[in-house]
Design a protein around this ligand. Sequence first.
Ligand code: GRF
Length: 222
Amino acid sequence: MTLRPDSTPSLVSPSISDCQLVAPLKLGIMASGNGSNFDVVAQAIQDGQLNAQIQVLIYNNPSAKAAVRAADRGVEAVLLNHRNYKSREEFDEEIVQTLQHYDVEWVILAGWMRLLTSVFMDAFPDKIINIHPSLLPSFKGIHAVEQALASGVKITGCTAHIACLEMDSGPILMQAAVPVLPDDTPETLHARIQIQEHRILPLAIALAASSSKTILKPIHLG
Ligand code: GRF
């Protein structure tokens, strides 16, 4: 008998394998750092699993690897550095104008590390999706993985949800559970959580859009 839980399988809820998509979703992705979630959405589109197109990547950190990934994939990327704006509202106004310029319908917060104001939320009501590395409503904020480890929970995971003004809150679209292993560090645990983020984010986008009756192409779970 082994007492070591297998770290690979994960419970994903809801379990969906097909979403019908009417027309390509016009996505705007916002990222501050690595951009692996940007990449999986782009790959799902390229593989024909998600009927969408990425209109633009917005990034706020000049050294964000997400920008390199966008260039590699031929996606337009716009740097909007929050340090150049007097207020959060002014910054958000510029983001909204940029997203509207690129004709974005759905906004994906894929590791966007800035708080958003009502200026932003009101411009895309119920059309902003966030991915977060915990089973919300537990462990909100930037150190979600560290919080999970410190709390001693044995299962954590990730959540894709419709974003609202309150940080890491809003209707949950999809979650995946990930076991916490005895020798986990924030890095090892986050790496396993990210495998699940990459699994659920494209599905959650399709799910959200199909709920609002906009999609029409099958999406298959890997
Ligand atoms: C992810 O863990 C996401 O849940 C959180 O920020 C991280 C972004 O990762 N909001 P990446 O930049 O997509 O690799």
